[in-house]
Design a protein around this ligand. Sequence first.
Ligand code: NAD
Length: 376
Amino acid sequence: MKIAVLKETAPGETRCSAIPETVKKFTALGAEMAVEKGAGLSAGISDEDFKEAGAKIGTRKDVLKGAGAILCVSGPEPETLKDAGRGALLVGELDPLRRKVAVEGYAKAGLVALAMEWMPRITRAQSMDVLSSQSNLAGYKAVLEAAAAFGRAFPMMMTAAGTISPAKVFVMGVGVAGLQAIATAKRLGAQVSATDVRSATKEQIQSLGAKPIFVENVAGIEGEGKGGYATEMSPEYQKAQAELVSGHIAKQDIVITTALIPGRPAPRLISDAQLATMRRGSVIVDLAAEAGGNVEGTEAGKTVEKHGVSIIGAPNLARTLAADSSALFARNLYNFLSAFWDKEKSEPELPDDDEIVQAIRLTRGGKVVNERLASS
Ligand code: NAD
């Protein structure tokens, strides 16, 4: 089967859906790799690198012609795929809930669109999970962004000219991004505390050497909740959480917020009144900016200052680490397609009754077929 790798066209996208390593691995499976000219440049991969790994380089028209699978990071506009054949798989982050018209366009074009961000949270799919691989890098980079914007140092320093006290970092939302943010802030020498609604995270926070800050008098979500995700909390819990945050936040220098609820706007964790209690010069990095933000006043893609506090609305920080984020993303795509590879036919076979296929397949046979999309 021919596999096409597209050059990304979404504004600000730097990543590439393949790297030379995955090109070689797909070739070893019997696939013929075709990479659109310049696809890897923003991630530090030249056309020569891809050629050496065994790919052919061509225009979009060249790579799409006869391709059985099309790899991308962000979903392309359907009209840019008119040279693809009916039945071809389109694999990437297709953002189905916000791009319903595009999904219909994929259906009309006869493509089998597969939204990698809807990968179910099951053990078998861990190595295919683009949300995890990209969140991990975003959590790391969020702390570096905060450190760069902060007018003071992170670690305690005892110098001949006096002692500098360590920065206090508070991480709100301890999923994949939050855990990496805690670990990164600890490595930089900060005093770190963290909170989540899932009680299971308490132990994880402690194991990284940070202090858990939890609502104790109202039940949170035990274990992982449905599919490992949080759900919206009761008004009683939200009130208790707001009181807890108010008491804690005034003493913090840096706050990293990562809280998300799938299919819903991000929960509001810091109000304007709470912001006003923070010290001037404090920094907040809001990783939930694209989902509406965890902080009142967050603007996606901008840094705003309120009450002397800088709020960095950081959408998709993984894009700022294009080489690493591309490598992990590309491996997620390879892990997915190779897990379904039919060696005799030299192409992936996606069974209708498979949990992964059912979760991520959006379109097939000219129709939108995903239940989650139909019910939204
Ligand atoms: P996420 O990006 O959906 O949310 C980030 C964090 O915000 C979560 O920990 C969530 O509980 C928290 N949160 C939501 N509402 C909040 C609120 N009001 N206050 C404070 N925190 C709030 O989560 P994620 O990073 O995708 O990870 C969620 C869990 O799923 C993790 O335990 C992770 O290890 C697990 N996971 C499993 C798999 C798998 O098995 N394939 C893949 C990915 C993640």
